[in-house]
Design a protein around this ligand. Structure first.
Ligand SMILES: [Zn+2]
Length: 269
């Protein structure tokens, strides 16, 4: 699943590639993505120029010269965007949406599982937002944890409470802060909370610097792969020796609330 660093990687690439470009046409090849695609997205006669492309949670938001028509793309579970020259397009299976630009390039959304979406920004749900990761101070993390008797790993993945931290980055942040994924959230000590909120930011920042993690099929819209998978401490490292200096443990994988937790039982207590 594209997580926050992968979405941010897409946004950075698209922003440098498409800001200032004008949309000629939008075409959907099937409208039953996670939400139906609004018909007027494809039928707008107004020419839309991209003013900026930003990330809001895990939405890629296209800001245009007509703010009412700003729209967003969400990659869902399996969405991949590719930006290709319009005259050399070969459509692939699961290509669901295509945006043609004046610069003779097309942005195509491919999404085998169809949990992604293309929506006007004013269609997005503006319910009270869960805590955004860039605002996750140790005080805020502490107040979220104090109210929860869930294991910390389960809480970190609860998108209703904390937005955008996926499994890979939750495992890595818990390792860096030496916290067991099973420790109950409301038993974390102030020092652990400080260390965890620092680790979350560090892991995400580093993952963005490496262009995301290409474990399965993530590619940036220019088709380049992320490199963070070469820098993972625990995720997908089961049975390998723990790399923490001085630790003789080994990385274990265990199913926890339906997801794999990777951790070192020797140094994550
Ligand atoms: Zn260890």
């Amino acid at each position: 699943m594209p997580e926050l660093p992968e979405v941010e990687t897409c946004v950075r690439y698209l922003s440098s590639a498409l800001t200032g470009d004008t949309i000629l046409q939008q075409t959907s090849f099937r409208s039953d993505l996670r939400f139906p695609i609004h018909p007027s997205l494809q039928n707008s006669n107004q020419s839309l120029t991209i003013q900026s492309i930003i990330r809001q949670h895990k939405y890629i938001v296209f800001k245009t010269n007509i703010p009412d028509l700003d729209f967003s793309i969400h990659l869902g579970m399996s969405g991949v965007l590719r930006l290709v020259p319009s005259d050399t397009i070969t459509l692939k299976k699961h290509d669901h949406y295509q945006i043609n630009f004046q610069s003779n390039r097309s942005l195509i959304l491919n999404d085998p599982r169809r949990f992604g979406s293309v929506l006007y920004v004013n269609q997005l749900n503006h319910n009270p937002a869960p805590c955004a990761l860039n605002k996750l101070t140790s005080q805020l993390l502490s107040s979220i944890c104090n109210q929860s008797k869930q294991p910390i790993k389960t809480l970190l993945l609860d998108q209703k409470k904390i937005s955008g931290l996926g499994n890979i980055y939750a495992c890595e942040a818990l390792f860096l802060s030496k916290i067991s994924p099973y420790q109950l959230a409301n038993t974390l000590k102030p020092l652990q909370l400080r260390s965890l909120s620092f680790a979350i930011k560090l892991v995400l920042k580093k993952a963005i610097r490496y262009g995301g993690t290409s474990i399965r099929d993530f590619k940036s819209p220019d088709q380049s792969l992320g490199y963070f998978q070469h820098h993972l401490w625990v995720y997908n490292q089961e049975n390998k020796p723990c790399r923490r200096h001085g630790c003789v443990g080994q990385i274990t994988r265990q199913a926890q609330t339906g997801r794999s937790s990777f951790f070192c039982a020797t140094c994550q207590k």
